[in-house]
Design a binder for this molecule. Structure first.
Ligand SMILES: [Zn+2]
Length: 323
């Protein structure tokens, strides 16, 4: 992959935002961080960012979802109680399933298609950022932790099916969201060609020991971990890990911003500057290793989360986007 040009693309649709009757205010999740991050980039670069943007027009179809998820899980998503449980928003169980599908699940299927497009794009351009996705708690047969579709696993399945990569090709997932990515570890439990580095707060949800056992490079942290230690652990582990696995054909970077010191769910203490330093380190490490990479947003639950995302995307565009 030494010839990969590394010219970034941003995958985004206004349809990523989740609006449902004001109930989003019951959840700490900023369900419009996607458009807010995009608007920061648009204000800064105007039409020039449009030329780097790819907009998914259709949500991931059911045949694509079935490449990873069981029929039972997909059928259960037609029940409001099941969706409310997966999204951890109990009050949603009283809403008609049709409204939940159009207002909540459809944006997530659109974002899933965005991750698929990002993966296909990254193989050509080296860098693709989907301004949503990163649903790392969803597994084959269940949704949890605000995740119902495993967008990264679906993207890997699509790449394999289209023979953009083979089943033997090495793939790496770098999961730096504050929560352990248990859904991905479960999906790839028997798939040794997918290599997982996961750095997470061990003191918080999901406490999934069986899934954690699958992680190739587990970097558990404790609540309150600050910039210096966080960055030291990452910088010590990531380059070494990449040297121990076969050269990946593609990397998925799950760039959750819920490691932020103000985040109520992640309970780590990484500053705004620390998050930018983390993301820069991952971007540079992957690019220097000649590995095409996809970034997805994953968690991030504060009113500043969109700005943290915009800071990192702006850094990518300035460094590699010739913008
Ligand atoms: Zn998280």
């Amino acid at each position: 992959m030494a010839t990969t040009p590394f010219q970034p693309r941003v995958i985004y649709s206004p349809g990523y935002d989740i609006h449902f009757l004001g109930l989003e205010k019951l959840h700490p999740f900023d369900s419009c961080k996607y458009s807010r991050a995009w608007n920061v980039l648009l204000d800064r670069w105007g039409d020039r960012i449009q030329s780097l943007c790819i907009t998914p027009t259709d949500p991931a179809p059911v045949d694509m979802l079935r490449m990873v998820h069981t029929d039972d899980h997909l059928a259960q998503l037609g029940r409001s109680r099941y969706v409310a449980s997966a999204l951890e928003l109990d009050s949603l169980r009283f809403l008609p399933a049709g409204i939940l599908d159009s207002r909540v699940l459809r944006p997530m299927r659109l974002a899933t298609m965005g991750t698929v497009i990002a993966a296909q794009t990254a193989l050509n351009t080296g860098i693709a950022i989907n301004l949503s996705g990163g649903y790392h708690h969803a597994s084959q047969d269940r949704g949890e932790g605000f995740c119902v579709y495993s967008d990264i696993a679906i993207a890997i399945a699509v790449l394999r099916q289209s023979q953009a990569i083979t089943a033997d090709d090495s793939v790496v997932i770098i999961d730096l969201d504050a929560h352990q990515g248990n859904g991905l570890a479960r999906i790839f439990h028997q798939d040794a060609t997918v290599h997982i580095l996961d750095m997470y707060n061990r003191d918080i949800y999901p406490h999934d020991a069986w899934a954690a056992n699958r992680i190739n490079c587990a970097l558990p942290l404790t609540s309150g971990t600050r910039d210096e230690r966080y960055l030291r652990v990452l910088q010590g582990a990531l380059p070494v890990f990449l040297q121990t696995i076969p050269q990946p054909q593609i990397a998925f970077y799950n760039a959750g911003t819920d490691i932020y010191e103000q985040d109520p769910l992640g309970r780590l203490s990484v500053s705004q500057q620390g998050i930018l330093a983390r993301d820069r380190f991952v971007f540079q490490t992957l690019t220097n290793a000649g590995i095409p990479w996809v970034m997805v947003l994953s968690g991030g639950y504060t009113q500043e989360s969109y700005q943290l995302v915009a800071d990192s995307v702006a850094d990518v565009l300035q460094t590699w986007g010739r913008i």
